[in-house]
Design a protein around this ligand. Structure first.
Ligand code: DPZ
Length: 373
């Protein structure tokens, strides 16, 4: 056990990195995938199941939790770990991204954002300081700076304005976070699809000597090639001895290609949201269980999987559950999808450690391309 937040780079294979984040609530093996636990729950899963699949850390959404049940209420009840019965590390986002994507954003200026709740329309103000305060009330282990993420494509002048505002907000978040040895506040690199702005943002955040760095402003509508190009430009500007977190990413293919460019941490709603919509991620590719072709298929999703949802249920049954909109359909497919994502992360970590990342990635990609699923 440790009372400090530390990152150790254990191995590299080309641009891919194998590492370990250590903090008082536990260790995170990187590259790591963080299941999204929006309102203190990973939808359609028991958190013990999430843990048993190999999840070292989950993500909590500050926007949702501040609106309901409320950060002060969670604090009174002992913090998010006790509230949700998840004693392991939690990363919380700043809330800013979801303010701008979910709420009725009323105003954004130097002070912060003013918005109306998508739940009851109540007015809220979120400054960099308030975002860090809320994440502290949640007792979050890794807290994200408040930033402004703009959708792509965007005018370079607008990208620059948002990037520079985010840098000023990073300084304010660093000051508000103060010195919490066992916790971390990560800065977020912005700069859109403009290489020189990405470099400027990364170098400025680097000079703040933060405990970790996220790459934001991607997975916001740009082609995968643009995202990957921005990673190839950004990651070399970030310190080797700090974790790098790509926000909101992604598909298994996104993850493989982003690990190859130096990313250590990922979060994405894709496996959980897809599971609720009848989609299964497998080593053979993605399977849409709504499709009638599965109605009489006695095969499981993957008879070699260690996950009962993938190994013990026929595609015909899963198709029936999905078409009947049965809750068990969402539960089993979410279970399968998170199991697949965590098995992919374990395979990636092993591939890097053994110096076989490139061959491993090629083999996995070939499996997806088989198509006879
Ligand atoms: N794709 C993205 C998902 C996210 N949750 C975020 C975010 O929380 N902050 N900033 C970002 O740029 C961002 C990008």
């Amino acid at each position: 056990m440790t009372d400090q937040f530390t990152f150790k780079l254990l191995a590299t294979d080309g641009g891919a990195r194998r590492g370990k984040i250590s903090m008082p609530r536990g260790n995170v093996r990187t590259p790591a995938f963080m299941p999204v636990g929006t309102g203190g729950t990973v939808k359609a899963m028991y958190l013990d199941q999430v843990r048993d699949l190999g999840s070292d850390i989950i993500l909590g959404n500050t926007y949702h939790l501040m609106l309901r049940p409320g950060a002060e209420r969670v604090a009174r009840l002992g913090g998010l770990h006790d509230f949700a019965r998840w004693p392991h590390p939690i990363l919380t986002d700043s809330g800013g991204f979801q303010v701008m994507s979910l709420s009725g954003l009323r105003k954004l200026d130097e002070r912060g954002v003013v918005f109306r709740s998508h739940i009851d329309g109540a007015k809220h103000e979120m400054s960099p300081e308030r975002s860090i305060e809320i994440q502290g009330l949640l007792d979050s282990d890794i807290q994200m700076q408040l930033d402004e993420c703009i959708a792509l494509p965007a005018e370079p002048a607008e990208v620059q304005r948002a990037m520079e505002l985010s840098l000023r907000w990073a300084e304010r978040c660093k000051t508000a976070f103060g010195d919490q040895p066992g916790k971390a506040m990560f800065g977020i690199v912005q700069g859109g699809d403009v290489p020189e702005l990405r470099v400027k943002s990364a170098q400025a955040l680097n000079s703040m000597d933060l405990k970790g760095y996220a790459v934001g402003g991607l997975a916001v509508g740009e082609p995968q090639a643009v995202m990957l190009d921005m990673l190839s430009i950004t990651c070399p500007e970030l310190p080797e001895n700090k974790p790098r977190y790509l926000m909101g990413v992604g598909t298994p293919d996104d993850i493989l290609k982003s690990v190859a460019r130096g990313i250590d941490m990922f979060d994405c709603v894709m496996p959980t949201r897809a599971g609720r919509h009848g989609l299964a991620y497998t080593r053979f590719g993605k399977i849409n269980l709504k499709n009638a072709r599965h109605a009489d298929d006695p095969r499981p999703l993957d008879e070699e999987s260690t996950c009962p949802a993938a190994r013990d249920y026929s595609r015909a049954y899963l198709h029936h559950l999905v078409r009947s909109n049965e809750a068990l359909g969402a539960m089993l497919l979410t279970w399968n999808n998170l199991a697949y994502y965590q098995s992919l992360m374990a395979e990636i970590r092993d591939g890097i450690a053994s110096g076989k990342f490139v061959d491993m990635a090629a083999r996995i990609s070939e499996g997806w391309a088989r198509g006879d699923i």
